[in-house]
Design a binder for this molecule. Sequence first.
Ligand SMILES: C[S@@+](CC[C@H](N)C(=O)[O-])C[C@H]1O[C@@H](n2cnc3c(N)ncnc32)[C@H](O)[C@@H]1O
Length: 274
Amino acid sequence: MREKLARNISIYRKERGLTQEELAQILGLSFQAVSKWENAQTMPDISLLPQLSRTLEVSIDKLLGYVSQDKPITIYEEEYKTPEYYWGTEPNKVCYQILQWMPPNTHLKLLDIGCGEGKDAVFFARNGYDVTAFDISDAGVEKTNRLAEKIGVHVDVFKADILDYRLDTHFDIIFSSGVLHYIKPDFRKEILDNYKQYTNPSGLHVLNVFVHKPFIAPPPEKEPNAHNWYSGELLTHYHDWFIQDSSEVIFDCNSSGIAHKHAMTKIIAQKIIL
Ligand SMILES: C[S@@+](CC[C@H](N)C(=O)[O-])C[C@H]1O[C@@H](n2cnc3c(N)ncnc32)[C@H](O)[C@@H]1O
């Protein structure tokens, strides 16, 4: 939380064209106070947040690094509002591989990034992992909670935007399926470095990303905020980790009621510290 807030205060202060001294003056504080916030040495008093948010012209949510958009930004929000589970309730096949690679025979913390309606997060919780999950969709978060409740397990699920949310606690396994294409190419290194930093030694990253193929037509769902990866691109972020598995598949999809194809790269990378 402290690091996210520090980064956001600095980003939005600069976006508003304010120096640290100017911001401090508006808030009636010393320049050192603002400097300490931005270096994550201290955090602003909670009573200052409304004035800070007004001055920087961002919501408190956005300042705290959860969600920067007030409007839904996923085409899935409406789909998830129906009682049916859009992606079903069966886990992705790769979840079984995780059970093999790192079985939950010790207390293992797992993060599911872009958990959708929770089929995978709930599967992991059911199998004994300590699961945290987030998604941008309110309806997805609600359905994840509902599915967990139905199965009788707990998933710590919340709403967050992958572009704003950064980790500040460690996980053993970071899992994400079909979501990282919402990160613009320019932000990928910074975000993946954050995930790598907050992974325990010997921890795993298990990631699926949609990849661009010139011979596959764009999907029927128009998503202006989606940016497919290139083949091999994901691997370049893990040159310093051990690659347990890496593959690429082309598969049929009917997600919008219109048959189409996707290409997807999967990697299972392990943080090896010698
Ligand atoms: C293709 S679905 C995959 C869902 C889930 N991982 C699964 O396999 O069932 C993509 C998911 O990414 C979520 N999403 C879209 N933009 C996002 C963002 N900026 N931050 C977090 N999640 C996002 C959508 O709400 C959706 O649930």
